[in-house]
Write a protein that binds this ligand. Structure first.
Ligand code: ADP
Ligand code: ADP
Length: 220
């Protein structure tokens, strides 16, 4: 099963990706997590992309396409994978098709901008695993600490309100055209496009996604 999670920054993609990864035993490929790991490790690549990420811009298509091509060719992706944060431009989406990486589902999680700003300002992340929390909506057992490892949670530099507004503008400009792109593919029977109301509770969103995925695999 090959899936893409589509939605604004803060829509809940990373949160749902963890649930899907566990239930369907496919790896989550979060391009944001991969980039942040490189930044944190201060590799030359990380140093090259740090400023763009901190400012909320997009890393170049060429770099991202190569990164995802390499990652999806690894052994753990043989039975499928879940892309979280890729594609973000039409060119990135086209690269999947050109590289014969065909998708089964695109799941769009929809949340209005004002709610996203609240979500991102309270987001805390465990850098190594990509686990996400929210100070009010999904607090860790102990404030500032990851439930599973006991390690410290961080607040992302790009989750400051001004940067968030920039990221949302970029989403609407560069990523939103993917909605039509993938809906057209759905109409041509090339994949299934699923729209989810992401303002529901995390659990309700999860159930809705599972229902769609289970229903579809039963009819195959
Ligand atoms: P994305 O990966 O789309 O940027 P995240 O999964 O990181 O989004 O979620 C953004 C923030 O919103 C996190 O702090 C997360 O805990 C919180 N969150 C995710 N889903 C919900 C939800 N359904 N209701 C309330 N808060 C949520
Ligand atoms: P969110 O889910 O909150 O939008 P991500 O963790 O997916 O954030 O991405 C963080 C940052 O990493 C982006 O703002 C961008 O700078 C960079 N990035 C991640 N994925 C891509 C991509 N597919 N193309 C370009 N830049 C990307």
């Amino acid at each position: 099963m090959r899936l893409v999670l589509l939605g604004c920054p803060g829509a809940g993609k990373g949160t749902q990706a963890k649930f899907i990864e566990e239930k369907y035993a496919i790896p989550q490929i979060s391009t944001g997590d991969i980039l942040r790991a490189a930044v944190n490790a201060k590799t030359p690549f990380g140093q090259q992309v740090k400023q763009t990420i901190d400012e909320g811009g997009l890393v170049s298509d060429d770099i991202m396409i190569e990164l995802v091509k390499e990652r999806t060719s690894q052994a753990d992706c043989q039975n499928g994978f879940l892309l979280d944060g890729f594609p973000r431009t039409i060119r990135q989406a086209e690269s999947l098709w050109q590289n014969k990486i065909h998708l089964d589902f695109v799941i769009e999680v929809k949340v209005p901008d004002d709610e996203l700003i609240k979500r991102l300002s309270g987001r805390r992340v465990h850098l190594k695993s990509g686990r996400v929390y929210h100070v009010l909506y999904n607090p860790p057992k102990k404030a500032g600490i990851d439930d599973l490892t006991g390690e410290t949670l961080i607040q992302r530099i790009d989750d400051q309100e001004e940067t968030v507004r920039n990221r949302l503008a970029i989403y609407h400009q560069q990523t939103e055209p993917l909605v039509k792109y993938y809906k057209d593919m759905d109409e041509h029977g090339q994949l299934r496009y699923i729209e989810i109301d992401g303002t529901q509770s995390m659990d309700a969103v999860k159930k809705e996604i599972f229902n769609y995925l289970d229903e579809d695999s039963e009819t195959k």
